[in-house]
Design a protein. Structure first.
Length: 624
């Protein structure tokens, strides 16, 4: 059979499908041997096999399928088994669609064509939505009878889907364009015809009937404001223009009051510069309300700053987690810290080291619970010292009950704290002094009685000593509740001699020696030193150097720059002095006065033969 086909030259060529057709067992089909095929089929098949366009033939009553190489991908995995089979078997999945179309052509002789026609073909076992351009043309024999259908076509699924995606994207962009909160529009040509604008554009300019009009006609008020000249420049040069916070007035509809607005805008050229038919994309944002709100906020913030900085108190605020984010000027004035240096958790470094952990724990407890915050602590002062303040804070809660912010204050209570301390100290001092006065008076009576030759002499000596004691007490009257400003100023030497003299047997008693450069004391320093020396002299009279006839006291001082260095030395004969086992109120008072009032310190060195007291002070404090 093959040899016969080649010998006749029938259907030579035709590519892979031509070879398959020539080798196919047609004798087992209704078509019969290939050499017996009718002329109409031979002619149609010759055209099919030699066409580069996807082509197939449906032949006979059961529409047996023949096709070329270009058509072979169309049936997919059904090729090559589809060759010679009835169309109803090959296209079982779409026969309800193409079957009636083929039948109509066979019955009427009328051709059929479809474009981007959807056929739900099964591929890989899955039904897919596919689209096709195809035609069915009747094939007639030499007698005019319809004996088959000539089919040409190709798949357009990719193009249809791409077009569908493009339309969806255009629709999406159109919705975005229409719904965009910012102003958008396209102007065409050198006369800037308004092609399309979004609702925001129309709302801004106060006009809805402007599409299709020139900008100069639709919005004539823009010309004198320079916007038309900018459009001309952008169109001519192709260079975009960006305007920031530009004032513009829109006239709106006739009878409407002009609207003054502030806008950010961009003129973006479309296409090459100067091309007629191209245009400009306009995008703008009305920032009027935002700028006015910003200005109002700045004004409000300025008022807030003016108020909080006019208050003597330090004011601060924190985030919900307790980190500080604001301090008023009073805070920086008080602490001397650089602005911003105490933000976050840096504020705690301004506290006295002994108060930091206590304040931190109290603060974090309040941050966690929302309880009001109140604590007293020592805060660093720009003078280089710590001062007592009271810190208070309350939280602010949102509608959901959560803490949104903390606001607090710091109030300087150092002077009140010191005054309260002094008040308590003076009450204890008064009690202490009254007791000492009785002890000293008894000691004077005993000492005078031992040395006086007669009662009259004893009375006279005792009167003099009590008078000297009263004069010494005049020096510390301010500290014991006297009127401020009425205390006495004196020299350091005179102060020591007046305070010790009542405890000596005679004037200029050799048991007291005083040496040092002349120093004039201010009123405040006189009171403080008088308290210290009065305590030392009282103790010496009760159980120190002045309690025995052999005891001696020497006081010597030196000055180096602004520092006073003074040594009070007691020498006691016999059994010596028994050091106290605890620090009494007098020693506590001496320590507090030396450090807080005189800027120095005091130390007690108890030795078997007596006592050495080392006192230091600042000269600038002694002059006060």
């Amino acid at each position: 059979m093959d040899s016969g086909i080649r010998d006749t030259g029938f259907h030579s060529g035709g590519g892979d499908l031509g070879e398959r057709i020539r080798r196919h067992d047609w004798e087992s089909t209704p078509l019969g041997p290939i050499e017996g095929w009718p002329q109409a089929l031979r002619l149609a098949l010759s055209i099919c096999l030699n066409s580069s366009f996807p082509t197939s033939i449906y032949w006979g009553p059961d529409l047996r399928l023949l096709y070329n190489d270009a058509w072979s991908p169309i049936p997919g995995e059904r090729h090559p088994a589809a060759l010679g089979r009835p169309a109803a078997e090959v296209w079982f999945d779409i026969w309800d669609v193409v079957g009636p179309q083929l039948a109509h052509v066979m019955q009427t002789g009328e051709g059929f064509s479809a474009f981007d026609f959807m056929l739900p073909i099964v591929r890989g076992g899955v039904q897919q939505e596919t689209y096709w351009n195809y035609s069915f043309t009747p094939i007639r024999d030499e007698n005019g009878a319809i004996v088959g259908v000539f089919n040409q076509g190709h798949e357009t699924t990719g193009a249809v889907m791409a077009h569908r995606r493009a339309e969806a994207e255009i629709e999406r962009l159109g919705r975005l364009f229409a719904q965009a909160p910012s102003v958008a529009g396209i102007l065409r040509g050198p006369s800037h015809v308004i092609e399309v604008v979004n609702p925001a554009f129309k709302e801004l300019v106060g006009r809805t009937d402007i599409e299709g009009m020139r900008v100069a006609d639709a919005l004539p008020e823009l010309g004198p404001q320079g916007f038309l000249a900018l459009l001309d420049r952008v169109f001519a040069t192709g260079e975009p223009y960006v305007g920031r916070a530009v004032p513009v007035t829109f006239r709106g509809l006739s009878g409407d009051a002009p609207q003054d607005r502030i806008v950010d805008f961009v003129y973006q050229p479309l296409g090459e510069s100067g091309d007629v038919g191209q245009g400009i994309f306009v995008q703008a944002t009305d920032v009027t309300d935002a700028l006015r709100a910003e200005a109002a906020l700045r004004e409000s913030e300025a008022k807030f700053e003016a108020i909080v900085n006019s208050i003597d108190q330090m004011i601060w605020s924190t985030l919900p987690n307790g980190d500080h984010d604001y301090f008023n000027d009073r805070w920086y004035d008080f602490t001397g810290a650089a602005p911003g240096s105490t933000d976050g958790a840096g504020w705690k470094d301004m506290f006295h080291p002994d108060d930091q952990e206590r304040a931190r724990q109290a603060w974090m407890r309040c941050v966690e619970t929302g309880e009001p915050y109140r604590i007293e602590y020592r805060l660093w002062h720009r003078s280089g010292r710590y001062r007592w303040v009271v810190g208070r804070a309350h939280c602010v809660r949102g509608e959901d009950g959560r803490i949104t912010r903390w606001f607090g204050t710091c109030t300087d209570i150092h002077d009140l704290k010191e005054a309260e301390g002094k008040r308590r100290l003076l009450l204890r001092e008064m009690d202490h002094r009254v007791k000492n006065l009785f002890t000293i008076a008894l000691g004077m009576v005993s000492m005078t009685a031992r040395s006086a030759p007669s009662v009259e002499a004893m009375a006279e000596a005792l009167r003099g000593r009590l008078s000297a004691l009263a004069k010494a007490h005049d020096l510390i009257r301010s500290a014991l509740g006297g009127e401020p400003g009425k205390g006495q100023s004196t020299s350091l030497r005179a102060l020591i001699e007046k305070i010790v003299q009542p405890h000596l047997a005679v004037a200029r008693d050799p048991r007291l020696s005083v040496e040092g450069p002349a120093i004039t004391l201010g009123e405040s320093a006189s009171v403080g030193l008088a308290l210290i020396f009065h305590e030392l002299a009282t103790n010496a009279a009760k159980y120190g150097a002045l309690a025995t006839a052999e005891g001696r006291i020497s006081v010597a001082w030196t000055v180096a720059g602004e520092d006073l260095d003074l040594v009070w030395k007691e020498e006691v004969g016999g059994a010596g002095i028994t050091p106290p086992t605890t620090e009494g109120f007098g020693s506590e008072l001496a320590h507090a006065t030396a450090s807080d009032q005189l800027g120095g310190g005091i130390g007690f060195d108890w030795q078997p033969g007596g006592l050495i007291v080392h006192l230091t002070a600042r000269m600038d404090q002694l002059r006060q």
